[in-house]
Design a protein around this ligand. Structure first.
Ligand SMILES: O=C(O)CCC(=O)C(=O)O
Length: 336
């Protein structure tokens, strides 16, 4: 079935009454073909909404990166991977383990469904999110960690060189679902091979996503536990299906939840949208809140501690006044 047909069917299914399905209807992420750098910067980037860019010039990677080629190109260098017995990987409950494998062995295992050799179970799932040489200090850059494969990719240069933050290589088993999270940098998720479904939520829907740091507790976005997460239905669901050669622009702070429908290889590029000094210098993943946001949260925690000096009735009243003040002073009212 053609991608457009599958997308239409999926959206049609979501138009059935939400009570029966306990899912929200989905808005299709816009797909735009052959967008030039100039058009992207003028018309698309300022909107701060996700969009799928198609027909981009990405180099030979989309045709070259077979399992055999990948394995042979980067050989047996060691990679640290996530391994899980279930398809839904959850960062908050840590239902996966980290293991190390030679890259070529890892690629072969990730591409197969049942394994002769395994860590936890015969049908375990694998996920690689590449990191720098020392994950605590160095930033992922495909040109440094996977120099042979990097030559096959042409990263769309739709931002200034100085804004570049990282290029992260991602390989996943079929069926793998990655937890809902946001990143603090702008992002081009380049789907090189395999199909992937991405569900996104706007930063303005944060109140409905049950956050724990940069992650949402709602992992199963298709069948959420409505008793535990009653407000989740209020979050507006955006969705797209990515195929080889598609590039999804994920603006900073947009939540995303990803299912690899097939074994697939992706590369994502994070770049800085804010001035460089706004970001936390110790951030190697692109997911630490900007410095001013962290400071503001610390001050809020101190304010909450101060409120504890009051009896409950007064604490409640002044907390509500503080919320009103935050809404009045800091919320934007043109958030579309
Ligand atoms: O495609 C994936 O495997 C995850 C993508 C992602 O989380 C990201 O690009 O930030």
């Amino acid at each position: 079935m053609e991608r457009r047909e599958r997308e239409a069917l999926e959206l049609e299914r979501r138009e059935q009454p939400a009570v029966e399905r306990r899912e929200q209807p989905a808005v299709a992420v816009e797909r735009l073909d052959g967008v030039t750098r100039e058009r992207f910067l003028r018309d698309i980037y300022p909107r701060r909404k996700p969009v799928v860019l198609t027909g981009m010039e990405l180099g030979p990677c989309t045709t070259k990166w077979t399992v055999d080629y990948l394995s042979q190109a980067e050989g047996s260098k060691e990679v640290k991977i996530h391994v899980s017995t279930v398809p839904q990987m959850d960062f908050l409950s840590k239902n996966f383990v980290y293991r190390t494998l030679p890259f070529d062995v890892f690629v072969r295992r990730a591409a197969e469904v049942n394994h002769q050799e395994y860590f936890l179970s015969e049908d375990e799932k694998y996920y690689l999110r590449s990191v720098g040489e020392d994950a605590r200090k160095d930033i992922a850059d495909i040109r440094k960690q996977f120099p042979v494969l990097a030559k096959d990719v042409q990263i769309p240069e739709y931002f200034e060189k100085e804004q570049f933050f990282s290029s992260v290589f991602r390989i996943s088993s079929a069926g793998l679902q990655l937890w809902t999270h946001y990143d603090v940098m702008d992002n081009f998720l380049i789907q090189v091979t395999g199909k992937k479904r991405v569900v996104l939520y706007s930063p303005r829907d944060a109140p409905y996503l049950y956050l724990s740091g940069t992650k949402s507790e709602v992992l199963d976005v298709d069948n959420p536990d409505m008793e535990k997460y009653p407000l989740f239905v209020k979050a507006k669901r955006y969705q797209c299906l990515l195929e080889a050669g598609d590039v999804l622009f994920i603006p900073a702070l947009w939540f995303h939840n990803v299912i690899s429908e097939e074994f697939g290889v992706a590369l994502n590029v994070f770049w800085k949208h804010l001035p460089a000094e706004s970001y936390d210098k110790t951030d190697t993943y692109g997911n630490k809140d900007p410095m001013a946001a962290s400071r503001a949260i610390q001050i809020l925690d101190r304010a909450l501690k101060t409120l504890e000096e009051l009896p409950e009735e007064y604490r409640d009243f002044y907390a509500r006044r503080m919320v009103l003040r935050i809404q009045e002073k800091a919320y934007r009212n043109d958030y579309g």
